[in-house]
Design a protein around this ligand. Structure first.
Ligand SMILES: [Zn+2]
Ligand SMILES: [Zn+2]
Length: 567
């Protein structure tokens, strides 16, 4: 067949462009380099990498793609601020820090619209909620609507946008992490907002890539790439130049030390002093706590604490109404509450610890006439979250009790006059190498969104990160921390890998690793259940190539590179 065609005299007019025949346009150079990076950094197999970069749209949605010239509006910017000048001069990646920033800040909005005259501008957001908020406000402010691209859209909508990105018709694109893989016709700048949020990492399927790292790969050829973060993650941004913008709010940072209180006060969920503090406020108050649900249960007689069988975490009551069920937040499983203690057959249990539900209950008791609302990950999926945030904006809530779920959404609500971090010990539950960084990022974000006073309630916690935060010396603490990481080869100076899968696969791998031929600094942990290996955690030097290790992995082994948690 091919021969037949070739033998005939060539008719140039009959030749068709390959792009008119293929169901997809050929991958761009950027997309190809992303494919390779997924394999090189995150151990993606070819299939996984292709599945990540090439969307699974039904083919009929993709008509042939031809590049169009797009007529561009000319925009003049008045009152160019200092930040605007930094943005326009930037080449490659830059971290913009010191305060909260979003696409409607004047300098940033001006930058986006002027850049859009030169090519395509991609604005990345950690989650759909902040994307939609930014979209709404940016559209209203600029009187133009960016194209949106995130995994929650229907396949036909995604396909239409994908095509508009490929033709260059879409000039400003607001997207979540997947948008980075779109076939840009003329991408000229990337802006990642709220870049300390780990939602930039893919967690639901292999490979577990990090869009912030990949944005830097794309920007390598001198494309401006900005990471906006109150406190940037230094595993990711170490070595990237930093621009500090003066903070808009500088609250007083106060330690509330429970050890100074009388014994009965000390044990209260909400001591009198904090109640007085809240009572004196006529503006909305934020009470932040790092614990979901109501509380855990403990046997009154022997101290037995029901724990999850698979992960050993303390089981919690989701709310006081669901007392018959205990819940594991990590494994998302429910078990029925034991009627008697399995250890001592005692029949009375009492509550320990206070989750947001229990805190809200205590606040409602103290302030029966005030409106109290909970913002927690358990109501993340439904409309409650959006409506609660809307209520805060409308100023119809007096006290908000929130978990970390509020952090990436803080910029969508007005600044708080008083923020109380209740039970700050709850921030230190994880003890991995990123623990201090995570605590500081949380506190700095809360601080950036508080104008009057930020109180940190502790039992005299001596943690150096917390002390540095209260003293306002976070930057110095960072310098120390980075030295330690360098000394012990933790990211960004080394790579942490968690490998999980079937014990058969992992046993074989463990045997190879023991021979010590690979450039592995340390096997940190080999988690075993009943003699079978369930997980291997490795530390590899930054200089070593991961290739020989990745070559040993079968697709049955799940890989997480620099995971957010080691649990
Ligand atoms: Zn007991
Ligand atoms: Zn569990």
């Amino acid at each position: 067949m091919v021969e037949e065609v070739v033998r005939q005299p060539l008719n140039a007019k009959k030749l068709k462009s390959v792009t008119t025949i293929l169901p997809y346009p050929p991958l761009s150079d950027t997309q190809l380099s992303l494919l390779n990076e997924l394999a090189r950094r995150y151990a993606a197999t070819r299939t996984q990498a292709v599945r990540t970069v090439v969307p699974d749209f039904p083919l009929r949605f993709i008509p042939s793609v031809e590049k169009r010239t797009v007529r561009r509006k000319s925009i003049k910017v008045k009152n160019i601020s200092k930040l605007y000048r930094y943005l326009t001069k930037a080449k490659g990646s830059l971290v913009i820090t010191g305060r909260e920033m979003n696409p409607t800040d004047k300098a940033i909005a001006d930058y986006i619209v002027t850049q859009a005259n030169k090519g395509q501008v991609l604005c990345l957001f950690p989650d759909r909620y902040s994307l939609e908020w930014a979209l709404h406000h940016f559209s209203a402010q600029q009187n133009r609507r960016p194209s949106i691209y995130h995994a929650g859209l229907s396949k036909s909508t995604l396909a239409t946008t994908w095509k508009k990105i490929a033709t260059g018709e879409a000039q400003i694109i607001f997207g979540t992490r997947t948008a980075l893989f779109a076939p840009f016709a003329s991408l000229c700048s990337i802006l990642a907002f709220n870049a300390s949020d780990d939602s930039y990492r893919s967690w639901d399927m292999q490979p577990h890539y990090d869009a912030r790292e990949l944005a830097m790969v794309v920007a390598k050829n001198k494309m401006p790439n900005f990471l906006f973060a109150v406190l940037p993650s230094f595993s990711i941004t170490a070595g990237v130049p930093l621009v500090r913008v003066p903070a808009t709010t500088l609250p007083k940072r106060v330690a509330f030390d429970r050890r100074a209180l009388p014994y009965t006060e000390r044990k209260k969920i909400l001591p009198e002093e904090l109640i007085k503090k809240i009572a004196a406020e006529d503006k909305p108050v934020l009470v932040f706590a790092n614990k979901r649900g109501y509380a855990a249960l403990v046997c009154r007689d022997c101290g037995y604490l029901p724990r999850c069988e698979s992960c050993d975490r303390a089981l919690v009551l989701k709310s006081k109404k669901t007392i018959a069920t205990l819940h594991c937040e990590r494994c998302n499983v429910n078990i029925s509450t034991p009627e008697t203690c399995p250890e001592c057959t005692g029949a009375s249990f009492h509550f320990v610890g206070a989750g947001v539900e229990r805190i809200a209950e205590a606040i409602k008791n103290a302030f029966p006439t005030k409106t109290v609302q909970i913002l927690s990950a358990s109501n993340k999926q439904n409309v409650i979250l959006a409506s609660t945030l809307e209520n805060i904006r409308r100023d119809t809530v007096d006290i908000i009790v929130a978990t970390a779920v509020i952090l990436p959404r803080l910029w969508t609500v007005p600044t708080f006059d008083l923020t109380i971090v209740l039970g700050a010990e709850g921030l230190f539950l994880q003890t991995d190498w990123q623990a201090s960084e995570r605590v500081l990022a949380t506190l700095e974000q809360l601080s950036a969104h508080t104008s009057g006073e930020l109180m940190v309630d502790t039992y005299g916690n001596e943690d150096p990160a917390l002390k540095a935060f209260l003293a306002g010396t976070t930057a110095d603490f960072y310098k120390q921390e980075i030295k330690l990481r360098k000394k012990f080869n933790y990211p960004p100076y080394g790579t942490i890998l968690t490998l999980s899968g079937t014990s058969k696969e992992l046993d074989t791998l463990a045997a190879v690793l023991k021979k010590g031929q690979l450039a592995i600094i340390e096997i940190i942990l080999q988690r075993e259940v009943g003699g079978a290996i369930k997980m291997i955690i490795l530390k590899v030097s930054k200089e070593a190539s991961l290739k020989p290790l990745f070559a040993l992995l079968t697709s049955a082994i799940k890989v997480d590179v620099n995971p957010t948690t080691l649990l």
